[in-house]
Design a binder for this molecule. Structure first.
Ligand code: ZN
Length: 220
C-alpha cells in the first residue's frame, strides 16, 4: 500500500464524512414536482455494463450504478466509462456479503476495502451506499452514516432477478408505478440489456426524464 492509499484508508476508517443532521440519510424517492425518476443498476461492473451504457447514451438517459468493489478491477474501462458518461456511482459493498451477518469490525473493513478500490480506479469515494439484499440493522445503519451521505433504497422493485418474471412483467410493473422522484432498482443481467430500450422509451413516453442520483439529490 502506498502513502496515498494509506492516507485514504485512514481517512475512511477514522473520520468518515457524516452529513448534516437535517439531511435524510435513507432514501427511496425524493420529493419533487419535476417529472424525473432514477434508474439504478446493482451488482456491476459486469460484461453487460458496456451494453447498458450504450443504450443509456442512445436514449439520452442518465442512471446510477451500484458497483461491487471486488469486481472493479475486472472491468476498469467500463467503470471509467460510467463516470465519463456522466452517470452516478454508488458502493454496493466489497464482496456482496449480507451486511447483517457481519460484525461492526467486519463491516468497517468491508467499507474501507471497497472505498479504497473505488479510489484506486476512479480517484473518488462514492457518497451513496446500497446494502446487498437491502437488509441492515439500525446499528449498522449508524456506522454507514459516518461514511456515506446517503443509503439508497428504492421505491420501485420489479424483481428483475426473478427468472419467472418476463420482460413485459418488468416493464409494466415499473411504468405503472412511476411517480416524480422515485428510485427504481434493477440489476446488471443479460435480460436487462433486452428490456432496457423498451423500458426507457415507455418511461419517456409518460413524460419522465431519467436522471442520475447526483441530479436527484441536488435538484429536489
Ligand atoms: Zn446486489
Amino acid at each position: 500500500m502506498n502513502w496515498k492509499q494509506c492516507c485514504v484508508l485512514s481517512w475512511i476508517l477514522l473520520t468518515g464524512h457524516a452529513v448534516c443532521a437535517d439531511t435524510a440519510f435513507v432514501i427511496r424517492s425524493v420529493d419533487t414536482d419535476k417529472r424525473v425518476v432514477a434508474l439504478t443498476f446493482d451488482d456491476g461492473p459486469t460484461r453487460y455494463t458496456d451494453d447498458i451504457l450504450d443504450i443509456l447514451t442512445l436514449y439520452n438517459a442518465k442512471a446510477t450504478f451500484f458497483l461491487i468493489g471486488s469486481q472493479l478491477k475486472r472491468y476498469p474501462n467500463y467503470v471509467q466509462r460510467i463516470k465519463v458518461d456522466g452517470h452516478s456511482i454508488g458502493n454496493h459493498s466489497y464482496d456482496h456479503r449480507h451486511v447483517m451477518v457481519q460484525s461492526e469490525a467486519d463491516l468497517l473493513k468491508n467499507i474501507a476495502r471497497s472505498q479504497l478500490l473505488f479510489y484506486d480506479v476512479l480517484s473518488m469515494l462514492p457518497i451513496y451506499y446500497r446494502p446487498p439484499y437491502g437488509e441492515i440493522t439500525p446499528a449498522q445503519e449508524a456506522i454507514l452514516k459516518k461514511h456515506f451521505s446517503y443509503l439508497i433504497r428504492w421505491g420501485i422493485d420489479p424483481k428483475d432477478w426473478d427468472r419467472k418474471r418476463s420482460k413485459d412483467d418488468i416493464v409494466t410493473h415499473i411504468v405503472t408505478s412511476l411517480k416524480p422522484g422515485v428510485i427504481i432498482v434493477l440489476h446488471e443481467r443479460k435480460q436487462t440489456v433486452k428490456f432496457l430500450p423498451e423500458l426507457i422509451l415507455a418511461i419517456q413516453q409518460k413524460g419522465y426524464q431519467l436522471v442520475s442520483l447526483d441530479y436527484l439529490t441536488n435538484n429536489s
